[in-house]
Structures are given as structure tokens and as C-alpha cells.
Design a protein around this ligand. Structure first.
Ligand SMILES: [Zn+2]
Length: 116
């Protein structure tokens, strides 16, 4: 079983690390105080990272509207799923819509029954 967290958590981690990278890059710019142009470039890159992370957070917000609430069979908590296969946000239990397909409005697209 692959060890990874749910997609939304993963994107959230990515957005958070972007903020950190942004601050580290901006902090790095301080070492180039003597050349304002280089410092400006560092500050700009750092700022871009932070702006990008804001964009990613916005994207998470958009994605959250597309998630499906399911009750995790393992820990019993209501978790959000993105796509056909995702992980529980609390216990990383792998969840599949293929198993829990019970007349959810979603299935048409993803539920490809093996009919060869
Ligand atoms: Zn769970």
C-alpha cells in the first residue's frame, strides 16, 4: 500500500512549502544587500512564490467545492474525496468510489464498469 496523504492535504502541504520557500528566498536576498539588483530579484522571486501559494490556496478552495463527502469506513469520520480514488484525511485509509457507489451523482464519469 502506497503511503501518501489525501490529495487536498498534499496540495495544502505544497502551498505551505511555497510560502516557506518564498520567505527563504527573500531572506537570502538580504545577503546580497550590496547589489540592489540581485536583492530585488530575490525579493521578487520570493514574492512570486508567496503569490503562487495564495493561488494554490485559492485552487484548494475551488477543488473543495468539487469534493464528495464520504464517511470513512475505517475511522468513521466524514472526509472529503477528490476524484475516483483518494485517501481519508484522518487515517489515510484508501477510499474508492467504485466500492461506495450508491447512486451518487458523480459516478457516471468515473465508474467505468469493466465491460469488454
Ligand atoms: Zn479514516
Amino acid at each position: 500500500m502506497a503511503k501518501y496523504s489525501s490529495k487536498i492535504n498534499k496540495i495544502r502541504t505544497f502551498a505551505l512549502s511555497l510560502i516557506f520557500i518564498g520567505f527563504i528566498v527573500m531572506y537570502g536576498g538580504i545577503f546580497f544587500r550590496n547589489s540592489p539588483v540581485v536583492m530585488m530579484i530575490f525579493m521578487l522571486i520570493g514574492l512570486l512564490c508567496i503569490i503562487a501559494s495564495t493561488g494554490v490556496y485559492f485552487w484548494i478552495g475551488m477543488l473543495s467545492t468539487k469534493t464528495i463527502q464520504v464517511v470513512c469506513p475505517n475511522c468513521g469520520k466524514a472526509t472529503k474525496m477528490l476524484g475516483r480514488v483518494d485517501m481519508c484525511m484522518y487515517c489515510n485509509e484508501p477510499l474508492t468510489l467504485d466500492q461506495n457507489l450508491e447512486g451518487k451523482e458523480f459516478d457516471e464519469k468515473y465508474n467505468r464498469k469493466r465491460s469488454k
